[in-house]
Design a protein around this ligand. Sequence first.
Ligand code: GLV
Ligand code: MN
Ligand code: MN
Ligand code: MN
Length: 407
Amino acid sequence: MWRGLEPLGRDPGSGGYRRFAWTGADRECREWFRAQAEARGLVHETDRNGNQWAWLGDPLAGDAVVTGSHLDSVPDGGAFDGPLGVVSSFAALDELRRRGAEFIKPLAIVNFGDEEGARFGLACVGSRLAAGRLTVEDAHRLRDGDGVSLPQAMEAAGHDPDAIGPDPERLARIGAFVELHVEQGRALDLSGDPVGVASAIWPHGRWRFDFRGEANHAGTTRLADRRDPMLTYAETVLAARREAELAGGLATFGKIAVEPNGVNAIPSLVRGWLDSRAPDQATLDAVVSGVERAAREHAERAGIDLDVVRESFTPVVDFQHALRDEIRRMLEERGRDGAGGATRTVPVLGTGAGHDAGILSASVPTAMLFVRNPTGISHSPAEHAAEDDCVAGVRALADVLEGLACS
Ligand code: GLV
Ligand code: MN
Ligand code: MN
Ligand code: MN
């Protein structure tokens, strides 16, 4: 099954993935998902917000157990972030059928649309829309780098953009959602465990910094006469690192747009996106306000105009303790931490990465399983999980689904 998904949207040069929402690569991934559903006799549907569902049992019965993740990627992303959760969901269902498990609740596998936000700048669009955490008006305002709006992109891919909006009835029919994901750090590697359970997702957001100066000739403009926004941007990047270190959070400028973007022109505009995350809200506030203060001071001194816009924000997620503890107990009872049978404590870990599970957690009892990543590298073609650990993840997910849907 993995083999069929592997080549879709992969760059032959870097080996990384470019599976952006509503593009050709995304469509191929969606076709793969539908084929996997149909091969297992599951009922396939795409919801009003473009999320795909594969149902075993009656979708309308309620108290459904749902598992899955996403198939889209960041630019030059790895093979595991998202797809591991979807592939493991189908594999866990196969495993449960081999075990002869009898389902007393409906089970669904989901592929959430546009989780990474690589094309339109906002992460978790499909789950946010369903949960009412993104308004239809704001969704209509989303544009990609070429000026194509989200509704236009959806329509071009054959999805009715007029259908998008909150989907509370669908969410009300979900009794539990469990997302398996490759770990995006090294906690499991350090603790020596193949599988862990999520405790919390750090609060995080994206802020756009627009630095405006004056375009001018690189060869004739004296240094003293320049209003160069690139310098203020560079000072802001250094300040972001300092503020993050001081406060104990994270701050990253990973995307930049420059106008006019000529080698021999002083820029008129430098637009940089700050991604900031922290273990708690107060720390996040300290990082972001510190970066903004430093940017404003440098801008004022250099005669640069600065606008700062918060483009998205996700508050801290504390996954439901009852479900988390139940899952942990199930895994520990079965000795299914993947270590080969002996019962061990299954670790509980927080993460700074955003997930659809985090968005849904406000509406639905939600939990996450993490699979060890030996290097911790993610959002890169070097992202990896060992085959044995992936198998341990499938077994753990099958145990959890069996415990939730079959008894
Ligand atoms: C998505 O993976 C994010 O956390 O940025
Ligand atoms: Mn990701
Ligand atoms: Mn992901
Ligand atoms: Mn993510």
